[in-house]
Design a protein. Structure first.
Length: 222
């Protein structure tokens, strides 16, 4: 099956990604194996990476190019680059850093290209000065492996600081993308209690990740 066929299947199955329900089976320590499998043309490994990073990339891109269709296109281009250049990956490639760097560069290209801006932004509600500010802000972002290692460290540390039930709710909500009602049913608690736990978790995460918000915007989407 070609990359485009794989990507099309993923897009169909993942078109409503904000409401999608899937378990994040692989955390960073397992990404070394995922990279190795992608280099070896594994579609299943690519699928896992796609599902994990699609919402993360989308909300990051949307911070700077706030157009749904354009953001989705940039996400698809980012995964296309990953697949087409999989043989250039190294065993220790940090997937988060790699994908966000590609997405960042794709955004910068579109924000800088006058023909592209005229074509897509001419009838938009956002004005050119705001796009310029977004371009300048995005140009300053560091998407190095070190930074993503630091983000993962802060996320894990913050999760550990949450009370057990609050941590469980937050993981189900933000990392498995379950709806509040589903979480309530799974844990046999009320929706109001679920909302309370999520609110508490978000407050702690906003403080802990204040310097990295565009890269973790997916955590704060209702």
């Amino acid at each position: 099956m070609s990359f485009y066929e794989v990507l099309y299947k993923l897009m169909v199955n993942f078109s409503s990604f904000a409401n999608a329900q899937f378990a994040i089976k692989y955390m960073p320590q397992d990404e070394i194996q995922l990279v190795s499998e992608i280099i070896s043309n594994s579609e299943s490994a690519f699928n896992i990476v796609y599902k994990k990073y699609y919402p993360r990339l989308y909300y990051f891109i949307f911070e700077f190019i706030p157009f749904h269709d354009l953001a989705e296109n940039i996400v698809q281009d980012t995964f296309l680059t990953l697949w087409n250049k999989r043989n250039d990956l190294h065993a220790d490639t940090n997937l988060g850093a790699y994908l966000f760097t590609v997405a960042r560069n794709n955004c910068l290209y579109r924000l800088r290209d006058e023909r592209y801006k005229q074509r897509f932004f001419v009838n938009a509600t956002i004005d050119d000065s705001e796009l310029q500010l977004n371009l300048e802000a995005l140009s300053l972002f560091d998407s190095s492996s070190y930074m993503f290692d630091e983000i993962e460290r802060i996320i894990n540390k913050t999760l550990e600081e949450l009370p057990p039930q609050c941590r469980k709710v937050f993981l189900l909500s933000r990392f498995q993308l379950k709806k509040n009602k589903e979480i309530a049913e799974d844990l046999n608690i009320s929706v109001k209690v679920v909302e309370k736990h999520i609110s508490k978790g978000l407050k702690l995460f906003r403080k802990a990740l204040k310097d990295y918000l565009p890269f973790v915007a997916y955590l704060f989407v209702s």
